[in-house]
Design a protein around this ligand. Sequence first.
Ligand SMILES: C[S@@+](CC[C@H](N)C(=O)[O-])C[C@H]1O[C@@H](n2cnc3c(N)ncnc32)[C@H](O)[C@@H]1O
Length: 229
Amino acid sequence: MGLKIDIGCGSKKKDGCIGIDYVQSPGVDYVLDVTRERFPFEDESVEYVYSSHFLEHIDTPYHLFKEIARVCCDHAKIEIWTPYGFSNSAFFYGHKAFLTEEIWLRFCYNDRDTFLDFLQGRWLLKEINYVVLPQVQQELEQQGFTLDFAIKYLKSVVFEFGVEIEFRRDLNIEPILPQKSYSHLRGGEHFPLPSFDMHVHDPATPQTFLYRVMMLLQRMLWKVRQWGQ
Ligand SMILES: C[S@@+](CC[C@H](N)C(=O)[O-])C[C@H]1O[C@@H](n2cnc3c(N)ncnc32)[C@H](O)[C@@H]1O
């Protein structure tokens, strides 16, 4: 059994997790700045990483993601919740990043080789879950909008969103497109949404020849860099 950790837990640590935060409060087990310090865990010792409303507070996730990848065992589950970048609640003092599905699709799907230096493996994006409050869904329906359309094109529809990622060390694993779903509250029942059409989002999908050549070159460069370290 691996460890379970909650990054940026504050005083609301997830049950059964080890809490990490740079401010001491009840539930915080390790006080550290995760943007620059090493996690106090062995390599490949963690099976579950949870983080809630923390990622939007840091400038860049590079050191953090590298540490997550170091401590995660193969098949570890990573669950991250943040405000949704197209909602009013995303825009508040102290927030430095405004996250949408774009960053996850880039890290886990489209540009996964570009970011290998800090991803240190494959981050398989399994699901994106949007929390839409029941009264918001009702209003949208009254106005004749489907939820999928509203999430894509309207503001302040999504209350928060979460991603489920599986960490894998085998670089040959093909990327997967995530399932899209919505729920009425975090942890509630997931209802399916139409899946991503990557040909609309980005023509350089893994199916294209150019993408495969780029991927091969970047993987070779990464291996050369690893040998040099
Ligand atoms: C909005 S609170 C979220 C707390 C809790 N996870 C929740 O869902 O309510 C953000 C937390 O991230 C912590 N935090 C921000 N930057 C951090 C850093 N660089 N290293 C560790 N913790 C950090 C803050 O101290 C704070 O407790």
